[in-house]
Ligand binder design. Sequence first.
Ligand code: SD4
Length: 323
Amino acid sequence: MESINRRNFMKTVAGSAAFAAVEGGPARAAASGPIFLSTWVHGKPANEKAAEVFKSGSSLLDAVEKGINVPESDPSVTSVGYGGLPNAEGVVELDAAIMDGARHRAGSVCNLHMIKNPISVARLVMEKTRHTTLAGEGAFQFALKMGFEPQTLLTPESVQKWQDWRASPKRQTFWLTPENHDTIGMVALDGKGHVVSGCSTSGLAWKIPGRVGDSPLVGCGVYADDNVGAASATGDGDLMTNYCTSISIVHHMMHGATPQEACMDLLKHMVKTDAKNRDAEVGVIAINTRGEIGAASMNSRFHLKYALWRGGESTLTDSVMLV
Ligand code: SD4
């Protein structure tokens, strides 16, 4: 309660932009026009595509979906879609979710095989069914019904990496290394108070078949609410799922935090509950309906770069680290 009061006081006295400057984060005062904020280097072309789609008159949901399709379809991005690294059995299992802040509705798919654009399937789960999440074979059959073409998602490079992993006596099992995961998370604002959150990943390389990470779970990998803002996450989904990362950040914002403060609050809470989380691989992004943004990483081991498209400018920046 005390911190909320302090925030309200700071907002009244100094305004949110000044407060954000005290925190040292990337938040800014009210923006005009649409904003696209995404995780990692591959978020930059994703944002640029999203901005192009939105400027052509399509909806914000279309923009986020088509933006995320870019890294999904790019075989050089080995953590998302086609070319994503496979599970321990050599099968690519994709997770994705999208959430519409206006309707408070989401669609998601888990463990989807052989369909390179899971965010588009997730979108159709939201638009065409009363369900929120479809998994595995059911998600695949749904995608076929919706007209998606099945294809192999393995590339010669990903097969080679999987074979090298399997042949290595010291291989890492079911754990993260900076080279084997990245994920695209995107949050977007239309400039008029409407937000969308999307996330798509091949999950952890060499994961146990059937494992579901945070990315397709509403409240974890995505959350969007037009009353507040939106958030998304990248990193160790087995850990982050226990913190319901995205909804936690949005709720921090709902209680008065700027997006940057909300991202930092989540990371601080993770360390408070377990000091070992200082070493965890966690990156988060957030936006509020006024166009202020936040991006943060737990530590330098997994230092999130965030891509930002705003006012025709497309940039890539290091996020603030907690530790
Ligand atoms: C997962 N959170 O499946 C995803 C992976 C990721 O950066 O985001 N890596 O756990």
